[in-house]
Design a protein around this ligand. Structure first.
Ligand SMILES: Cc1ncc(COP(=O)(O)O)c(C=O)c1O
Length: 420
């Protein structure tokens, strides 16, 4: 029985196992690939488990800061030991309520996507008698040539259209309660290769310098985004970036010659790269059936456990391994949900499997439980185990249940204990 089998036998399946040694290796590798002095934000959307967030904070003198886009993620960051002021709060739909809560909990740095967004941050800051720093997120009208997942250059809810900024600046400058402190770019996610990533960063740095000149914007902080890659639910290694550091230094030396001494402070962001390879999903085969000549291997984990992103076409198909690791059949790998959409892999190569066997899906640490349809069809969330070497550090499971607000709702027929 190997370690995954043992953990599955002890804690049940579906089961995520996160290995902090691998998490540390990813963090170190990414810091090594960046110039000294860079800030690295961890995007909690990839995995807000406080045990992982805490490990990324602690580092070995090179910890990440949290990039959050909800008060739920803020709570996870605070639970992991961060302070509100460590956070960068992003997202195009920040509400007045969450902004007020975030400012009350110490958040002072916001990425903003529109004039109204800046006004909302300012309202929350004035309510608490403080000044908040706003980065203007830029949706560049131009882009570098790339075949990776783009998040800019097209109409979008994200960021200010770069061509509108000169006209908007006077209005933005008049807003009281905020300081315009810099720019935020996130043009690319999961870059195909180092050349794409470098091309995009070069373009971003050049554009930031040009906008700064054009707008006269004080640039104390420049977040150039991310795009660092790791395989998603298939075997393979994290992206490697041997040229990135030199390329970034050269671009910054050209466009911001005093960046090392006088600023701006430069930041990058990553979600998947930092956590993806640390996670393995272990699931158990509930049944194997044939239908009209096709085989279906039915697992106790489907898109409720790992697959919220499958609707975006970003997941399928997964690859699974077993203790023996040998491929023996072509079959569909499906989950337990009552929907034909619960498919993790259609007609993929699989080992010989029978009910009771476990399978493992590698590189599953990012966009797992919290990016899945956790509540659909009422199954429990997967167990999540954090290990370091042979030590099990924590075992937990997200629980969701309906909480009745009896203080402002009359007990109704469906409330527990209500008279029928
Ligand atoms: C603003 C922002 N930062 C960071 C990320 C994390 O991306 P990834 O997990 O690909 O590193 C995203 C992903 O959509 C994002 O929108």
């Amino acid at each position: 029985m190997d370690r995954y089998e043992e953990l599955a036998a002890r804690h049940g399946t579906p089961l995520y196992v996160y290995d902090l040694d691998e998490l540390d290796a990813a963090r170190r590798d990414l810091f090594d690939a960046l110039p000294d002095g860079f800030t690295l934000f961890y995007a909690l959307k990839a995995n807000p488990h406080p045990g992982l967030v805490r490990a990324l904070r602690e580092g070995d003198g090179r910890g990440c800061r949290p990039e959050i886009s909800s008060t739920g993620e803020l709570e996870a960051a605070l639970t992991a030991g961060f302070r509100g002021e460590d956070c960068l709060y992003t997202g195009p739909g920040k509400t007045a309520g969450e902004l007020t809560e975030a400012v009350a909990l110490g958040v002072r740095l916001f990425s903003t996507d529109s004039v109204t967004d800046v006004q909302h941050v300012a309202d929350a800051a004035r309510t608490h008698g403080v000044t908040a720093d706003c980065l203007l997120r830029v949706n560049s009208v131009t882009a570098s040539a790339t075949s990776s997942i783009r998040m800019t250059g097209t109409p979008s809810q994200f960021g200010f259209d770069s061509e509108t900024l000169p006209e908007l600046m006077p209005r933005l400058r008049e807003i009281e309660g905020v300081r315009l402190s810099g720019m935020h770019f996130f043009p690319l996610s999961n870059a195909k290769d180092e050349a794409d990533l470098v091309g995009e960063f070069r373009h971003t740095i050049e554009l930031a310098a040009e906008l700064q000149r054009q707008l006269g914007l004080p640039l104390r902080f420049l977040d150039i985004g991310g795009g660092f890659t790791v395989p998603y639910a298939v075997p393979g290694a994290r992206g490697s970036y041997p040229k990135l550091r030199g390329e970034l230094e050269a671009a910054l030396d050209t466009h911001f010659p005093r960046w090392r001494t006088e600023g701006p402070e430069i930041a990058c962001e990553s979600g998947r790269y930092l956590v993806g390879s640390s996670g393995t999903l272990v699931a158990r085969v509930s049944n194997v059936k044939t239908s009209r000549g096709r085989t279906f291997v039915i697992l106790d984990a489907g898109i409720n456990t790992f697959g919220g992103m499958s609707g975006l076409g970003r997941l399928l198909p997964v690859a699974v391994g077993t203790e023996s690791g040998e491929t023996a059949q072509r079959a569909s790998l499906v989950g337990p949900l009552c929907t034909p959409g619960d498919i993790l892999g259609r007609e993929i190569d699989l080992p010989a499997l029978e009910p009771g066997d476990t399978v493992r899906i590698p590189n599953a640490g990012a966009y797992g439980p919290t990016a899945s349809l956790l509540m659909f069809l009422g199954r429990p969330a997967p167990v999540e185990v954090i290990v370091r070497g042979d030590d099990v550090l924590s075992v937990s499971r997200i629980e969701h249940r309906r909480a009745y607000r009896t203080e402002d709702t009359a007990p109704s027929a469906d409330a527990p204990g209500a008279a029928g």
